[in-house]
Design a protein. Structure first.
Length: 135
């Protein structure tokens, strides 16, 4: 389904077809894909489509290896997705682990709104840069 998308460098983000990512569909989340001159990006949640459009814009080469951003409420949604995907297959141990993970993410979501990271090549090796936004 995703291969059928008509992605073009610099084109508008395209909605990922229903059912292409079943875990998102279970949580009623939508995803969009977009292509830049030398990148492909995905946004989960309509509120992130604008950030995706900005993130894939062509820039001069830099030392960036990897970058990511997320909001803490989305982490709770991911635990819900994991529970829905595992169903009864995970067993009691998986349930306890996911419950602990949810409690941790809920506690973090009370304090933090968003977080991001960048991994880049620095003068003395690999730099890991993190940022957070408080509620």
């Amino acid at each position: 389904a995703v291969a059928e998308l008509q992605l073009e460098p610099g084109g508008e983000p395209q909605p990922v077809p229903e059912g292409a990512i079943p875990q998102l569909q279970q949580l009623d989340l939508k995803a969009w894909l977009a292509m830049g001159e030398n990148s492909i990006g995905i946004a989960i949640g309509e509120e992130n489509v604008g950030a995706l459009t900005e993130a894939i814009k062509a820039t001069s080469a830099d030392d960036l290896l990897l970058a990511g951003r997320f909001d803490f409420d989305m982490l709770i949604d991911l635990v819900d997705m994991a529970e829905a995907t595992l169903g009864d297959v995970g067993g009691e141990e998986a349930e306890m682990g996911l419950a602990a993970q949810r409690a941790q993410y809920q506690a973090l979501a009370e304090i933090y709104d968003k977080a991001g990271f960048k991994i880049r090549l620095g003068d003395k090796g690999i730099d890991f840069v993190a940022e957070t936004t408080l509620n």
